[in-house]
Design a protein around this ligand. Sequence first.
Ligand SMILES: Cc1cc2nc3c(=O)[nH]c(=O)nc-3n(C[C@H](O)[C@H](O)[C@H](O)COP(=O)(O)OP(=O)(O)OC[C@H]3O[C@@H](n4cnc5c(N)ncnc54)[C@H](O)[C@@H]3O)c2cc1C
Length: 363
Amino acid sequence: MTESLEFDVVVIGAGIVGLAIANELCEKFNNVLVLDKESDFGQHVSSRHSGVIHSGIYYKPNSLKAKLCVKGNELIYEIAKKNDIDYLNCGKLVVGHNEADLQKLNNLRDNAAENGVQNVELLSYKEASKIQPGIKCQNALWVPSTGIIDSHGLMNCLEKQIIKKAGIVYYNSEVFSIDVFDNIYIISVKNQDIKIKSPVVVNSAGLWCDNISTMVGIKKYKIHYCKGDYYQSNTYKNLKCLIYPLPEKIGLGIHTVLQLDGSVSFGPNAYYVNKIGYEIDNSNLDSFYSSINKYLDIEKDDLYVDYTGIRPKSYGFNEESNDFIIKNEVDSGFPNFINLVGIESPGLTSCLAIGKYVKGLLI
Ligand SMILES: Cc1cc2nc3c(=O)[nH]c(=O)nc-3n(C[C@H](O)[C@H](O)[C@H](O)COP(=O)(O)OP(=O)(O)OC[C@H]3O[C@@H](n4cnc5c(N)ncnc54)[C@H](O)[C@@H]3O)c2cc1C
């Protein structure tokens, strides 16, 4: 016989965003369930990124990305300090190489100020190289609130907090259909003879969020997959701060990626693909070599492929970039069905602020 289980809230997806939302909702509801199709948390976007705590300098003023990133930056340092999660508030330099770049750096500084990012400074080459010896640039923007974090440690902490507050996390539980009856969502899980019922469902399924939304009957979203490869190198160890080029049309450009053990990689580039897959080859070696050499000396034969991630974008290659979509679908006839669509960067930085935002959307 099919077993029926009732919860106050079901969150679909145990990535960093789903876990942060569930942890926040455990403060308001007694009975919170997280479902993930994989055997552990963070097996997709949340373990294939740069691990950077962004400051919020890039995003359009008043957008969700700007507001949630700036708030999330503060909250993430706070949770890391309180729970002994490894992090480093190393700051970052965004480099420019000529007068046209200088104008762009000035614009970025103005945008940062509008978004409320504190203490951003425009530096000369001499000032920048005092912070990071060996850097190549004409000018640079110094962004002190940027850092790096052990995102696995953060997910571990969030999962533990959920369980401590009597929430439940079920792995190996792939949602494959969602019915609605009297504003109650009835969720079926692959290969399990159970029906999970809840008046609140949060779709935090990352690369699959459009499929989950379609299951309930909301077909207006489409996720575009934008891959980003990383290359490792042994040339550098313990760089003082992150180094970024000026942002590109898609993505922030190939930047340094600092690990907490001091090792240094580079990435990610950005290219759209048609399907989800984490295979990687060295066909982008030349473009990595020339991009990195603009801001740091590197030899081509010291660059080797590392890993790749996929951005879940809500817009395609030739479309205008979009803000995060975080929506209570009450207007589509699905009250308290919360869709999160296009949670690309700065989703890691914003996760705790997203949790609070979702709590505020519930009616
Ligand atoms: C290359 C790259 C670099 C990035 N760098 C940064 C950075 O430096 N700083 C930053 O702030 N952000 C960064 N980001 C963004 C950040 O990593 C993401 O915004 C964040 O990890 C998204 O988390 P998520 O929980 O939404 O998605 P995910 O971690 O993908 O979680 C979604 C979960 O849903 C589950 N799921 C899917 N379908 C189902 C189903 N049918 N049933 C049950 N479970 C299901 C999946 O198994 C998965 O665990 C980067 C992203 C990429 C790709």
